[in-house]
Design a protein around this ligand. Structure first.
Ligand SMILES: *Cc1c(COP(=O)(O)O)cnc(C)c1O
Length: 420
């Protein structure tokens, strides 16, 4: 029964002989070998998710949103599967290229791109800049001119739809800082298409993240298709329709995860006659349930009728519960018939350092391991050194074997080049 639930998170997650395995690897042995906290990513899970997108959207460019999980090993898997990359900084472009993504499959969004970042992206000759303001387009025009280049751009439009997700990850509503008001977009396109060093090639929108109800996509893509037809009428030729990322994943046991196919069933009828290449920018839905965080129980403490399980992963390792109040399912790595109800808390000196409240888990004691699920996206990438804590190691598991893709940091790494 537990295995049934685990399979809904990832088909590669299961108890075998009472011990949790991921992509064929025994997680208890792995944690003993490599220490904790430990991020574990399943290559097969990530590959399957990418393939599901490619099947649902034949001919589209699947630009993996690197910010969800920018580990080089993970990017390499995306590259091997034929993905491009969606990036939001110069550093992410650098990483995407290092991971093997060809520059001509990289798109670049972000409201605050610096001159250095824009110049770097121009030198790399990336596929498309997803511009978020007129001033950005002006600067890009200048920088491209100095280099004797033309910058290919899409205007990121804000279609003003409510994605019905957590307010901190809703990006396509009027009041958010992202994009250009879709009602103003036509004028911006008219103006930009006349700039000498700008080539207008696309329309971009990204309405938010962790969408479990897909109806907001219909509304957004219909608005974008409408804009496309207006541009076409004026002779402004659009090659790429970039509809962003945002597909949600299962976090809570009762969540139902939508598939790329369900998204395609909504999007394809709207865009099929437009004669454009679709670009998608999935992040969370590729890496999210392809990763877990293994943590070790340090101490147990009873207080006011509450049982606290203190573990060695804190919000410096996984920020989502503290930042968004997110739920992450937690299971013991070793299955036991006895259960206990507890709060799983981290070692950080902040009251908000709680990984899970009031959770029923299998009985655990000192030195036992817990697995925090759905940690493959917006997990390690948001980690910090708060409390002088080295960041976790990252390992990729695949068909029963593993490779460390980023070693555990140490104190010297953290104080690198710091002076007294
Ligand atoms: C974050 C982001 C994505 C990825 O979103 P997911 O919800 O992880 O799929 C895609 N595009 C842009 C522009 C983003 O900022």
């Amino acid at each position: 029964m537990v295995n049934g639930l685990l399979k809904e998170y990832s088909p590669y997650l299961e108890y075998k002989d009472g011990v949790l395995h991921f992509d064929g690897v025994n997680l208890e042995e792995l944690a003993r070998e490599l220490g904790t906290p430990l991020y574990v990513y399943s290559a097969n899970h990530i590959r399957d998710k990418i393939r599901a997108y490619k099947e649902a959207f034949p001919g589209a460019l699947i630009a993996y949103a690197v910010k969800a999980n920018f580990n080089l090993g993970v990017i390499k898997i995306a590259a091997e599967e034929g993905c491009g990359a969606d990036t939001v900084s110069g550093g992410e472009i650098y990483r995407a290229i290092k991971g093997g993504i060809p520059a001509d499959k990289i798109v670049y969004a972000g409201v605050g791109k610096t001159d250095e970042e824009l110049s770097y992206a121009l030198e790399q000759d990336i596929l498309m800049f997803n511009a978020e303001s007129e001033m950005e387009i002006e600067v890009l025009n200048e920088l491209a001119g100095k280099k004797g280049k033309k910058a290919r751009i899409a205007v990121r439009v804000n279609p003003d739809v409510d994605p019905k997700t957590h307010p901190k990850i809703a990006t396509g509503m009027k009041k958010s800082k992202f994009g250009i008001d879709i009602n103003k977009a036509l004028d911006v396109y008219r103006w930009a298409s006349k700039l000498p060093n700008i080539e207008v090639v696309g329309i971009h929108c990204h309405i938010g993240s962790q969408l479990l109800d897909l109806s907001p996509f219909r509304e957004a893509v219909e608005k974008v298709a409408d804009l496309y037809r207006k541009l076409e009428k004026e002779g402004i030729r659009i090659k790429y329709l970039d509809i962003g990322g945002g597909l949600g994943i299962k976090y809570k046991p009762e969540d139902r995860e939508p598939s790329p196919k369900e998204l395609a069933d909504i999007v394809t009828p709207i865009v099929k006659d437009l004669g454009v290449q679709l670009i998608l920018e999935p992040g969370r839905s590729i890496a999210g349930n392809g990763g877990i965080l293994i943590t070790q129980v340090q101490f147990l403490k009873e207080k006011d009728d509450k049982l606290f399980v203190m573990v060695d992963a804190g919000f410096n390792d996984l920020l989502r519960p503290a930042m968004y109040g997110s739920y992450h399912h937690i299971v013991a790595v070793r299955e036991k018939p006895q259960k206990m109800v507890c709060d799983v808390v981290g070692p950080i000196c902040e009251t908000g350092d709680i990984l899970g409240e009031n959770r029923e888990i299998c009985d655990v004691g000192r030195k036992d391991y817990l697995a925090v699920l759905s940690a493959g996206a917006y997990g390690f990438v948001m980690s910090s050194h708060y409390n002088m804590r080295p960041r976790a190691a990252e390992v990729i598991v695949e068909n029963g074997s593993y490779r460390v893709t980023r070693p555990r940091e140490n104190w010297d790494y953290i104080i690198w080049k710091e002076e007294v």
